[in-house]
Design a protein. Structure first.
Length: 271
């Protein structure tokens, strides 16, 4: 019988993303005594989890069912020798380290067999993330279930059939929140150029992006294209703007170029 949660998890790294995962697990039903966190500079929020029963920086943690890696990718080399004893043959290693492939992880954690490489995004901090993951062939059905449970605790979750697809995921959902924030900045800047005060311009831009996103979420059965058409009256103001945004060299082409650049960089980082 598959257990809903692993009996013991060690989380290595509890910065913004690691901390979001820990809180998502605890709020989702993981018993606090099942979680140990290794973080050299824990925030007050993470430190406070000790009062709930989470082990913060235990001196000699035992090999867990799941070893979750949420450190900065460039830190892996430095800490690999410390965490390698925790990654035993029956341990699931679940990594959210950008650019670190399954092969990278196996080379540094030689006893590990089951590895899951995942790419979440920053809205995980509010439980609205999107995560896609690839599992090594040795990952068991139960370990895949644990991955779905743990990574799905902070938002939507998808499995990938090919590890290389993570580069495209990184370019779309991993980096995507930054594109939306950049769009908001650009919309506010355009409002200022039309003569609106800066504070009002930003308020209008933020409110519009937030509201449009929430409308898209609530009307999930309606495609974004249909929602766009609902706003666009023939020969109206929105149509005039969309002629520019969707014209030659417009938003579609620009977004494709941006995503291709991000995907190429992700491939370079993975070696």
């Amino acid at each position: 019988m598959t257990k809903e949660w692993p009996a013991r998890i060690v989380l290595v790294g509890a910065g913004k993303m690691g901390g979001a995962l820990a809180l998502g697990w605890l709020n989702g039903g993981l018993h606090a005594s099942s979680l140990a966190i290794l973080e050299p500079n824990p925030s007050a929020e993470i430190t406070a989890l000790a009062a709930r029963g989470v082990a913060i920086n235990p001196s000699d943690p035992a090999p867990p069912d799941v070893l979750a890696l949420a450190i900065k990718p460039q830190s892996l080399e430095a800490v690999a020798h410390q965490i390698a004893p925790l990654a035993q043959e029956r341990t699931l290693v679940m990594s959210i380290l950008a650019g670190k492939t399954i092969a990278n992880l196996k080379a540094r954690l030689p006893e590990a067999k089951a590895l899951v490489r995942a790419m979440p995004n920053t809205p995980a901090a509010i439980g609205r993330g999107v995560t896609a993951a690839f599992a090594s062939p040795e990952t068991t059905a139960e370990q895949r279930h644990w991955s779905e449970r743990l990574l799905g605790a902070v938002g939507a979750f998808h499995w990938l059939d090919d590890e290389s697809a993570i580069n495209a995921v990184t370019a779309i959902s991993g980096s995507g929140p930054a594109y939306v924030f950049a769009l908001t900045e650009a919309l506010a800047a355009a409002a200022e150029r039309l003569g609106l005060p800066a504070e009002l311009a930003m308020s209008l831009a933020r409110g519009t992006v937030e509201g449009a996103g929430e409308l898209m979420r609530r009307e999930s059965g309606i495609s974004p294209a249909a929602l766009r058409r609902n706003v666009t009256s023939p020969s109206g103001t929105t149509a005039a703007a969309l002629e520019v945004l969707q014209g030659l060299g417009g938003l579609d082409e620009l977004m494709a170029r941006a995503a291709a650049a991000a995907c190429a960089r992700a491939a370079e980082m993975a070696g």
